[in-house]
Structure formats: structure tokens, C-alpha cells
Ligand binder design. Structure first.
Ligand SMILES: CC(C)(COP(=O)(O)OP(=O)(O)OC[C@H]1O[C@@H](n2cnc3c(N)ncnc32)[C@H](O)[C@@H]1OP(=O)(O)O)[C@@H](O)C(=O)NCCC(=O)NCCS
Length: 226
């Protein structure tokens, strides 16, 4: 089930290309293909992988009476569709597919609600080996069955500024108390130094030698001057 959500089949890819062609014309399709190419030869090689061993003490994040955090249940789906789907734009529209995993035994979706509206989701994969990280250049041999992966995460634009640290502290407490997880793994785009320093500030550290870059990808990047 997780695999069918995380990996598109060849047929789904063809349907997506046809939809792009219909919506954006040939130029839209070429733009998407170029984005796809730059992702594979450039962007994904700038990911930074960080870890937090749950035996460590987590930073104290002040609770907020204005925000409540809970794990999504199937009954939350209508509200998720009303509150979150309309504010998910760009890349986040692709993330609606993850909500098919609500209720899956190895996956949790943490939601934050403020003033009666859902404003945030954080996906937690209790088995990092069946999570979005397996589609990145991360060296899978560095994972064990006691690793959980967090991502993707999203906060509604109007609510940004303090939600994720609060949700993350709830996730850490949940994993410390009630799971076999020993380590949290996350990834961020290295071109986003604010995100890297955020995680380091709250106790995460970089995983050394987390990926190996094949020669073909360096040559592909050189072709587009990256
Ligand atoms: C990342 C995001 C959820 C944080 O918003 P938020 O819940 O309001 O939390 P904050 O704005 O307090 O940000 C908390 C910290 O997360 C950091 N952050 C930024 N981008 C981040 C990312 N991609 N992953 C993790 N943390 C990120 C911020 O730098 C901030 O640290 P700072 O206080 O040192 O600046 C929000 O900016 C967002 O939804 N962005 C669009 C989607 C996205 O990029 N998701 C991450 C990729 S999966």
C-alpha cells in the first residue's frame, strides 16, 4: 500500500504526462520534463540528511494553547479536504496522494489545528525503509528497522511561523513513548540553509556519507551548467 502511494506506475506516469500536455500544451510538458531532469541530475544531490537519536533529550518547545496537535484518522478526511487541500499549491498538490495512507498501521499523519481550521500536516513513516527517503540517493544500507522518517511537512501559508517545531515536539514524544523507533531521519534541500540550521539547533546532526553520486549524474549536471 505504501509503495503504491510512494511510487507511480508507468501507466500513472503516462496519464500524468497526457494531463500536463492537455493543461499546459507542449511548452508545459517540456517545462515539466526539464524540471524532472534538473531534479535528477542536480536538486536531489543537494539533499542533506539529518538524524535525531531518540535516546537524546529533545529541545523544550513551549506549548501553545492556540494550537492543538493530533494524529489524523479516516474521519478527519472531509476536514482535511476542506481546510488543507485548497491551500496546497505547486509541489504540494502532489502530496494529496499521501492522505490515502491515513489509518495505515506504519504511517501517522500529524495534524495541527488553529482557530477551528487544520493548518498543518507532518507525515511520519514508522519504517523509514518504506518512506519517501527510498526514492532519494540516500544509501539505504544506513537505515535500520528502528528508523522513522518524517516528511513531507506543510503549514498553510497564513499560519506559518511557529507550527512545525510544536508538531515535531509532539512527534518526538509520541515516538519516545509508544513505538520501537530509536532514531528519526529527515532530509532537507541543502540549498535551504535555514532548514538545515533549524534542525541542527534543535538537536539533529548530519548523517555523514549518506549518499553516493554516480558519474552519469555529475555529467548530466555539467550539461546544464550546475
Ligand atoms: C517548512 C514549513 C512547514 C515550516 O513552517 P512552520 O510550521 O510555520 O514553521 P516555522 O515557520 O516556524 O519554521 C520552523 C523552522 O523550519 C525551518 N524550515 C524551513 N524550511 C524547512 C524545511 N523544508 N524543512 C524543515 N524545516 C524547514 C524554518 O527555517 C524554521 O526555522 P527558523 O525558525 O530557524 O527560521 C513551511 O514553511 C512550509 O509548509 N513550507 C512549504 C512546504 C515545504 O517546504 N515543506 C518542506 C519540504 S517537505
Amino acid at each position: 500500500m505504501t509503495q503504491s502511494v510512494l511510487r507511480s506506475s508507468a501507466w500513472q506516469k503516462i496519464r500524468k504526462a497526457a494531463r500536463l500536455l492537455l493543461q499546459g500544451g507542449p511548452a508545459g510538458l517540456v517545462r515539466k520534463l526539464f524540471e524532472h531532469y534538473t531534479y535528477h541530475v542536480d536538486s536531489k544531490w543537494h539533499f542533506v540528511y539529518l538524524q535525531f537519536p531518540l535516546s537524546n533529550e529533545f529541545s523544550r518547545i513551549p506549548a501553545s494553547s492556540a494550537v492543538s496537535v493530533r494524529i489524523a484518522e479516516p474521519a478527519d478526511m472531509p476536514k482535511i479536504k476542506d481546510d488543507l487541500f485548497p491551500v496546497m499549491t505547486g509541489e504540494q498538490t502532489e502530496e494529496t496522494k499521501y492522505f490515502d495512507l491515513v489509518g495505515h498501521p506504519n504511517v501517522r499523519c500529524f495534524l495541527a489545528e488553529r482557530e477551528g481550521r487544520l493548518v498543518h500536516y507532518s507525515w511520519v513513516f514508522l519504517d523509514a525503509g518504506s518512506s519517501p527517503i527510498v526514492d532519494t540517493p540516500f544509501d539505504g544500507r544506513l537505515l535500520c528497522s528502528c528508523d522513522a522518517y518524517i516528511g513531507p511537512i506543510f503549514t498553510a501559508p497564513g499560519a506559518r511561523g511557529f507550527i512545525y517545531p510544536l508538531v515535531l515536539s509532539n512527534i518526538v514524544r509520541f515516538l519516545k513513548e509508544g513505538s520501537a523507533t530509536r532514531r528519526i531521519v529527515v532530509l532537507v534541500q541543502g540549498k535551504n540553509p535555514a532548514a538545515v540550521s533549524f534542525y541542527k539547533r534543535i538537536g539533529f546532526s548530519e548523517i555523514p556519507d549518506a549518499q553516493r553520486r554516480p558519474l552519469w549524474s555529475s555529467l548530466g549536471a555539467a550539461l546544464i551548467g550546475r
